[in-house]
Design a protein around this ligand. Structure first.
Ligand code: MN
Length: 739
């Protein structure tokens, strides 16, 4: 959201007939240009440091055009409007961003707020610049402080804009920074809204893109807008502590620098302090008091080579006692945004804990400007330490997550989780390191490695021990996944996965499988229903087919099958539509109805009231939510459904079924010790698996009633098992549950 400027009344009533509409003409002698030229000179000096004369000239032209276009417009603060885009551009010039970005930053508000249009910009400054300005203008219209659903849609729009050209978001971040710097002219409500939005969306994006300096600045500015009092208190505390320690820090800095020099290392040692919002977050997160924040001050050591960083670390650890558990080697294991540095904490003089960061110059540039360093290196024609494929991939990933894969709230939640990550690092079998969000499970890991690894997941080992799919990963664990062909993702995984990649892939895969299943089943159902009319698919004239498909709004026969298979259309009715009017379904096909094999997948399920197994007389109930649910004909719960004959489906079992099915048996036993173990082992000996056991102690006989859900091949095997169980003298009664 841009800070809305106020237009001067003269401007509002009487829009200047700009000569800018097509060919831009510039009044070089305009007053405003002179007024702004002072900050402009400073800005130009920055540009000349890293851009060539031609590029600087182009930027100059963009500035004159923007200045002309905004002429007469004032900001709420009373400043000439041009100060704002110029300041934003100047922020980007500090990152040494390419000349196109700088031009676009200068022009970033002209489409929205002046009479200049995208076409004008394209003609005068080229496609790239006009696209960038257009992208920023679109971002400006996005408002994140509305309802969550709108937020999700807006985030998506923003990601779209970013994915077109990531420089759009860099310009937006610079725009936001300057708006926050000049936010005092706004009402307190607006300050809070903009501040909150910055803390929730923009600062995390800056962090995700590795632009740490901008992230910290945005956070502190926004923190000040949202909680002015808290900001002030923390700032004061920092000032007080600094007063006590300034001298000390200077001393430590010098001692380290001198010691490193003695050892032949040329380094640059900088003392630094934590930013206010960082302190606030830590206080809130760990419920610390300010006095307990012990990494308020730190030292950064910038080295010439990677080798020097490790040597410096050794020397510093030799000089001061390191605090155990605080050493982190982000050089060997960079963070996901590419950040590299050694971190350690030492106990300095007077027991003062000090955080130390050690890195090379390249790493430092990357740490401070992240993705922005890409253009910095590009402008110098040297290969960048940073390629930003990872960020690009991150955005593409988020975009690929289809909105229909969940409700907007969920989408928003997962993207926000993605923006505010805690991380866990685990190892692949080959020893590669994988970074995952905190609370990631085995399944998240599998999908993070490869979609196929997730979709074909069979079992997993962590540090060589077999674990279940929902196991939460911990730092440093080694994870190994075994796969199987022709296996499907389990819908229950959706209950525990935390990464959007996993959630999305599972849903997409299930959807695909479900459609395939639905087509197969739908075809079976339709052919069966057609046979009632003694016709086959081949008997149906193409024209009739076409008409019916159109009627049902189906693009293909597969679509129609899928509709039937999913229970959205009833096969019998569709068949009637195809049948010649004179035929009737009275000549009932003598077969036992549609045959099922148990491999129909997600569109056929087995009722949990009566647990049908092969051999049982069965009947199907079609419902839109559940597809076809198979019940035993004796099931009591379908009695009332039977009235609605259209929803019912004659069914029988295929003769060749290899799967096993769940059946439920009720066993009444004497209350004897160890009886459960006894029965369990007896069941297991009969090649059955026990899926679950529940006790039913509602009866007052003093005997125990246990309900076993067992998996078994068919009715024959079940009857055999029941017969055997009945011979057990501890068992008083065994029966199959009817419903
Ligand atoms: Mn702006």
């Amino acid at each position: 959201m841009a800070l809305k400027k106020t237009l001067t009344s003269q401007n509002q009533n009487n829009p200047r007939p700009l000569a800018l509409m097509d060919n831009i003409t510039i009044n070089k002698n305009s007053n405003e240009f002179d007024k702004s030229s002072k900050i402009y000179t400073k800005f130009k000096k920055k540009l000349q440091k890293y851009l060539n004369a031609y590029q600087v000239k182009k930027i100059e032209k963009a500035f004159r055009v923007a200045n002309e276009a905004h002429r007469g417009q004032l900001r709420k603060s009373g400043e000439e409007y041009i100060h704002h885009p110029l300041s934003a551009a100047s922020i980007l010039a500090d990152f040494q961003l390419d000349h196109e970005s700088i031009m676009a930053a200068i022009l970033h508000d002209v489409i929205e707020d002046t009479e200049l249009e995208k076409e004008n910009l394209k003609k005068n400054f080229g496609v790239k610049v006009s696209e960038l300005v257009d992208g920023v203008s679109k971002l400006d219209k996005i408002n994140f402080s509305t309802k969550e659903e709108a937020d999700a849609a807006n985030l998506r729009k923003m990601l779209m804009a970013m994915s077109q050209d990531i420089r759009v978001i860099l310009i937006k971040l610079a725009d936001r920074k300057h708006n926050l710097e000049t936010i005092n002219a706004l009402s307190s409500h607006k300050r809070k809204t903009i501040g909150k939005e910055t803390l929730e969306i923009f600062a995390p994006i800056a962090l995700r893109l590795g632009i740490h300096s901008l992230n910290k600045e945005l956070e502190d500015l926004a923190f000040q807008s949202v909680y002015p009092l808290r900001f002030k208190i923390i700032k004061n505390e920092i000032k007080k502590s600094r007063g006590n320690r300034n001298e000390l820090m200077g001393k430590i800095k010098n001692i380290i620098q001198i010691k490193l020099k003695e050892e032949g290392l040329e380094t640059n040692v900088i003392a630094r302090e934590k930013h206010a919002y960082g302190i606030y977050k830590k206080m809130k997160l760990k419920e610390f008091k300010f006095t307990h924040i012990n990494d308020l001050f730190g030292v950064r050591v910038i080295c010439k080579t990677v080798d020097d960083t490790y040597r410096s670390l050794g020397i510093i650890h030799n000089l001061y006692t390191p605090i155990p558990g605080r050493f982190k080697d982000y050089i060997a294991i960079p963070k996901s945004n590419g950040y590299q540095s050694l971190h350690t904490s030492i106990i300095g003089p007077h027991g003062l804990p000090i955080e130390i960061q050690i890195r090379t110059e390249d790493m430092d540039i990357l740490a401070e400007s992240g993705i922005a360093s890409h253009w910095f290196y590009k402008s110098k024609n040297i290969p960048s330490l940073k390629n930003y494929t990872k960020e690009q991939q991150w955005i593409t990933n988020l975009l690929n997550i289809q909105r229909d894969s969940g409700n907007p709230q969920e989408y928003l939640k997962s993207i926000k989780a993605d923006l505010h990550p805690g991380k866990v690092y685990v190892f692949t079998p080959k020893g590669n390191i994988l970074e995952l969000p905190k609370r990631s499970t085995i399944i998240d890991y599998a999908y993070a490695v490869h979609t196929d690894l997730g979709n074909n997941f069979d079992s997993a080992k962590v540090d060589n021990i077999k674990v279940s799919a929902n196991t939460i990963l911990k730092n440093g664990q080694r994870v190994e996944i075994s796969t199987k062909n022709n296996i499907r993702p389990d819908p229950s995984w959706l209950n525990f996965v935390v990464t959007e990649k996993a959630r999305h892939s599972i849903r997409a895969s299930l959807k695909l499988i479900k459609r395939k299943d639905a087509i197969d089943l739908g075809q079976k159902l339709l052919l069966y229903s057609l046979s009632d009319f003694k016709i086959s698919l081949n008997d149906i004239p193409d024209k009739t087919m076409q008409i019916v498909l159109e009627e049902y709004k189906c693009k293909s026969i597969d679509d129609l099958y899928a509709e039937i298979g999913l229970g959205n259309r009833i096969a019998k009715l569709v068949a009637m539509r195809f049948a010649p009017t004179d035929s009737s379904s009275q000549n009932r096909n003598p077969s036992g109805g549609i045959q099922i094999r148990g491999t129909e997948g997600l569109v056929v399920s087995y009722a949990k009231c009566c647990y049908p197994i092969p051999g049982d007389p069965i009947i199907g109930h079609i419902s839109q939510e559940k597809g076809i649910v198979v019940h035993r004909q004796v099931c009591r719960s379908i009695k009332h459904m039977k009235k609605n004959t259209e929803e019912m489906l004659d069914m029988s079992w295929d003769e060749n079924i290899e799967d096993s099915f769940n059946a439920s048996i009720k066993i009444e036993v004497e209350n004897v010790r160890g009886v459960l173990a006894l029965i369990s082992s007896q069941i297991a000996q009969n090649d059955c698996n026990i899926e679950s056991v529940t006790y039913d102690d509602t009866k007052e006989t003093g005997n125990n009633i246990m309900i076993f859900i067992i998996s078994i091949s068919d009715i024959k095997a079940l009857n055999k098992l029941i017969g055997k169980l009945k011979k057990n003298k501890n068992i008083l009664n065994v029966e199959r549950k009817k419903s």
